[in-house]
Ligand binder design. Structure first.
Ligand code: ASP
Length: 401
């Protein structure tokens, strides 16, 4: 009997959870399982820079016309902004209603002051133009790579048919990278198993239980965001919801188990293209969204702000909550797609509205679990965006089997 890769990954998820519980129960060090996951993460990270670079050059060259690229960019940015603002707002509303911070009893030692320095937003935006594109690639600086790749793509297309081979080169290179993604995915079940065993083994029930209400509120807010934003986008694109879910399962599992959007990027790009997202749109929106569109992180900032304010007895007035929406939106743009990035950026929000940074120490213990949820949403939001904008551009392609 042949079990599909997705089913293998789901089984691995289950096996990892069980094994993690057993490991923590009998006292085996869960870090023995970490290398299994690290191999997987490194393999997929190996793909990201060449994949993003080549697909984006080929994508921009295929569009050719700069005004069409501009239209795609404007629609993408509108999608990112609207969905992120809705995300924080949902986080705030759900947390205001369910009050995750009330009745929480944590011992005072948990609340130690922590010092974190988030990067300034200005430096994020000013850093988009690379002075040395090769360095951007070795550093894995996604925004700089995107900037350079789009310009190079436009230049390639303006060279005309005499230089078609350059375009074909990038096209074939991008195809090869997608093929390599499929090859790496063969290892995914073992990777997911290793990641889950390590995570569940490390963050056992004792760590999670005191803050179970916070975890539940985050979960509810994420589900509402999926229902209110993502489902309508999938429906609008014309892709059947069932097909969307089955195609996205492996991407969701990678995001969930690794807590890194960057790790899920290649699988996400492959998935949306199979669902019919246009190549120019998806090769632009998936890497860009991976870096700047983080709905899950935005929800987290909303929920945790209310949590922390209640815990410390701070009154978050209506204008302060509006300020949270604005700052959280900007902070989520500056958050990198790596595990734990959001907990550093949330200090920007806390500082602006006068929540003590000690709150971060309270959340830090369970942050991995919140991170798994928010990363899943961060990645899903990029996928539904690529589908919706492809549809808005009248450029949906036939789905691949
Ligand atoms: N881990 C998240 C991601 O990779 C970012 C965050 O920490 O919020 O998308």
């Amino acid at each position: 009997m042949k079990i599909s890769l997705t089913s293998q990954m789901l089984l691995a998820l289950l096996a990892g959870c069980i094994c993690g519980l057993v490991v923590s129960h009998i006292g085996i060090d869960p870090s023995y399982f970490k290398p299994l996951g690290d191999i997987f993460i490194n393999l997929i990270k190996m793909l990201v820079v060449p994949l993003v670079f080549t697909t984006l050059v080929a994508g921009a060259a295929a569009v050719g016309d700069v005004s069409r690229l501009g239209k795609i960019a404007v629609k993408s940015l509108i999608y990112y902004t609207v969905t992120t603002v809705v995300a924080v707002t949902i986080g705030l509303i759900v947390a205001n209603i369910l009050q995750p911070g009330s009745g929480v009893e944590l011992n005072a030692d948990a609340a130690k002051a922590v010092s974190v320095t988030p990067p300034s937003l200005l430096s994020v935006f000013m850093g988009i133009i690379p002075t040395n594109p090769v360095k951007s690639m070795t550093d894995g600086n996604m925004l700089q790579i995107i900037f350079f790749a789009i310009l190079l793509g436009i230049a390639v297309s303006s060279l005309g048919s005499k230089h078609n081979h350059i375009h074909q080169f990038f096209d074939s290179f991008a195809e090869a990278m997608l093929k390599l993604t499929s090859m790496v995915m063969m290892y995914a079940p073992i990777g997911v198993f290793g990641l889950l065993t390590y995570t569940v083994g490390t963050y056992g029930a004792e760590v999670l239980l005191p803050l179970i209400k916070l975890i539940a509120v985050m979960f509810i807010a994420c589900i509402i965001h999926i229902l209110v934003i993502y489902l309508p986008c999938v429906k609008y694109s014309g892709v059947p919801v069932k097909r969307f879910l089955s195609e996205m399962t492996s991407t969701i599992l990678i995001a969930f188990s690794s807590a890194s959007s960057a790790a899920a990027l290649s699988s996400n790009l492959q998935g949306v293209q199979r669902l019919g997202a246009s190549k120019p749109v998806s090769s632009f929106m998936i890497p860009l969204g991976n870096t700047i569109n983080m709905d899950g992180t935005a929800i987290y900032m909303g929920v945790c702000s209310i949590f922390a304010a209640t815990f410390f007895g701070i009154d978050l007035t209506f204008d302060k909550q509006i300020l949270i929406i604005i700052i959280a939106m900007l902070a989520s743009v500056g958050t990198m797609g790596v595990p734990g990035a959001g907990v550093i950026m949330i200090s920007m929000v806390f500082t602006q509205v006068g929540i003590p940074l000690e709150a971060i120490a309270l959340i830090a213990g369970i942050d991995r679990v919140l991170d798994m949820m928010r990363t899943t949403l961060n990645v899903l939001g990029d996928a539904t965006g690529a589908l919706a904008v492809s549809k808005a551009e009248n450029d949906m392609q036939p789905m691949q089997d």
